[in-house]
Design a protein around this ligand. Structure first.
Ligand SMILES: Nc1ncnc2c1ncn2[C@@H]1O[C@H](COP(=O)(O)OP(=O)(O)OP(=O)(O)O)[C@@H](O)[C@H]1O
Length: 571
């Protein structure tokens, strides 16, 4: 890329300069949409905030563009924080709609504010200078843009391969998994949104000083949609996809703009409809965009663990037999329905306790109350003597509870190692800043080490395999490994045998026994009677929301009320 100015005509250098600027915005969308799963049509507006801030300050106060870059970042950051704080709690299609709303608002603000030159815009914006040289020739500007893009791409690549990057990927599938491993998902979404806006601001700064003039048109909704096209066509989950998408769309637009009127024999905008069709085809044929095709041609990532001596902190575990989880009179009502009513029991350290009951007995509801997903209507839940019933899943996870899910919730396109490392989120510290600069190498190595150890512990050897390639039985085991990486004092398993074959169930039971022998305490909600009876130390039986019985498997099997209500008298 560096020697390209010596090889290609000036016209293409200008075009490539634009590709670089658009790729910066698309990088932000890689993070926001491809990685974190929030769609934004408003990135062009953020580009406009950056461009206008820098241009107005340069023209009015005669400041250096390098100083106004800082101002552009601060102003765009502030706007993004305010908009993000208001809109990022929205789910589903409400967030994209909100981005359209503020994208339009900002566009008209650019056109109508007293200091922005209205819809005709601002001219005479000075070029960026470096060591006294104005970077306003096509080749110098090209170098500047691609150097900035290179730095931003590198920083983002670092971030995506960090603890924070993995947590951002976890946001894509909803907040449940991320929260259950201690991630503050709202704050993480705000940070993601902010970073993507800042990348757009840098693009706006380059655009304003590269062109020398600006008006609202390139910061409107149409451009916002085109940026999203770029991210989708490139392959929105990867840094390379942003550059590929920006390059393809920009070059294609340029070529089609000349070609289509000639072919059709009349002038007009035929490019946009063609793009529309192309995007629909892409969504049908290659949802992941074109980057995965390019990636196949690149050398594979090294399949080795990072060496490091640092280890993650380990919690002191309670002594065997100590009261670990105590439920006192816990109830959960949904309107008039008493899904759980006055349930009390104690789980001691080192035990495997089974929670069973017929369909609709209230097991899942109780599981959700214990893990913090649902607040109880009344009663107390405490873990190691600390009241947890008023806490969120994230806070409970940070107090030592790790869980698996009834419907496996893994990241199929991530390796076993990456999935397992997600479990250790709360044991590491590095935030966005350190991750961008890759200053968390030691901590990352420690996380990898622990994750690999837990994977070996549960018998999953090939840590670089993709999680999506595993059969269901092993996916459930991988979820257990992920939970173990959290260094839990209590492991909560939600129907871990559901959908497994007989052999897989036997292996699961053997694994859980082994973990118990190693000191892990387990609460298991399960339907499979054979598995439960041979596995657990004690059982709590629920029926119609109430606790029907509690005792050893043999006692439960003999219990008349259980036989009547649960085993239907047939046992
Ligand atoms: N969010 C909710 N809103 C209203 N009712 C609910 C809600 N969640 C569960 N229920 C009701 O609470 C009762 C207990 O349901 P729950 O899912 O806890 O039972 P379960 O023992 O886990 O059943 P299964 O074994 O079929 O999963 C059921 O009658 C169910 O319809």
């Amino acid at each position: 890329m560096a020697i390209l100015p010596l090889l290609v005509p000036t016209f293409y250098l200008t075009l490539l300069g634009n590709v670089g600027i658009y790729a910066l915005v698309a990088l932000g969308l890689v993070l926001l949409t491809g990685v974190a799963g929030s769609t934004s049509f408003g990135q062009a507006a953020f580009m406009g905030v950056g461009a206008y801030t820098s241009a107005v300050l340069c023209l009015r106060l005669g400041l250096s563009p390098w100083l106004t870059l800082l101002a552009a970042l601060v102003v765009t950051g502030a706007v993004a924080l305010i908009l993000g704080a208001i809109t990022l709690r929205m789910q589903g299609h409400f967030l994209p709609l909100a981005t359209i709303a503020w994208g339009l608002s900002l566009y008209y603000t650019f056109g109508n504010a007293p200091f922005t030159g209205g819809f005709t815009g601002l001219t005479g914006i000075p070029p960026i200078t470096l060591f006294g040289a104005a970077l306003n020739t096509p080749s110098r500007f090209y170098w500047l843009v691609w150097a900035v893009l290179g730095i931003c791409a590198l920083l983002l690549q670092n971030l995506l391969h960090s603890r924070t990057g993995r947590a951002m990927r976890a946001l894509r599938g909803g907040v449940t998994v991320a929260e259950s491993f201690g991630v503050n998902t709202y704050w993480l979404r705000v940070q993601t949104f902010l970073l993507s806006a800042l990348l757009s601001a840098v693009a706006g700064w380059l655009y304003a000083h590269g062109q020398g003039f600006i008006n609202p048109t390139p910061f409107g909704l149409a451009q916002g949609i085109e940026f999203l096209f770029m991210a989708v066509v490139g392959g929105s989950g990867a840094v390379g996809g942003a550059v590929l998408g920006a390059g393809l769309i920009t070059l294609l637009r340029d070529q089609l703009q000349n070609l289509l009127p000639k072919l059709l024999g009349q002038s007009g905008d035929f490019v946009t409809p063609v793009f529309g069709v192309l995007v629909i085809l892409m969504l049908q044929l290659a949802r992941g965009g074109l980057w995965p095709l390019v990636e196949r041609l690149l050398p594979a990532a090294p399949r080795t663990l990072v060496a490091g001596t640092q280890r993650l902190p380990v919690q002191v575990k309670p002594a065997p037999g100590e009261d670990l989880l105590v439920l006192e009179n816990v109830s959960k009502h949904f309107g008039g329905l008493k899904a759980v009513e006055g349930v009390s029991f104690t789980l001691r350290s080192g035990e495997i306790l089974g929670l069973i009951g017929p369909n609709g007995a209230g097991k899942s509801t109780l599981f959700n109350v214990i893990s913090g997903v649902l607040p109880p209507t009344s009663g107390r839940v405490s873990l190691r003597g600390q009241l947890i019933s008023a806490l969120s899943p994230r806070q409970i996870a940070r107090r030592g509870l790790a869980r698996t899910f009834q419907h496996v919730k893994l990241f199929p396109e991530m390796s076993l190692l990456g999935n397992a490392m997600m479990g250790g989120y709360a044991r590491a510290r590095a935030g966005v800043g350190r991750s961008l600069l890759h200053l968390e190498r030691n901590e990352e190595a420690a996380l990898q080490h622990d994750a690999a150890q837990q994977l070996a512990r549960v018998g999953l050897g090939d840590v670089f395999e993709l999680a999506g390639n595993l059969p269901l039985g092993q996916q459930r085991v991988l979820e257990i490994a992920r939970a173990l990486v959290a260094d839990p004092t209590l492991l909560l398993l939600d129907e871990p045998a559901a959908g497994l074959r007989v052999g897989e169930k036997r292996e699961l039971a053997a694994l859980l026994k082994k973990l118990q022998a190693e000191g892990v305490t387990i609460l298991i909600v399960e339907h499979d009677m054979d598995l439960v009876m041979n596995l657990v130390d004690r059982l709590v039986v629920m029926n119609y929301g109430e606790k029907l019985a509690e005792g050893r498997p043999r006692e439960i099997q003999q219990h008349p009320a259980v036989r009547e209500a649960y085993l239907g008298g047939a046992a």
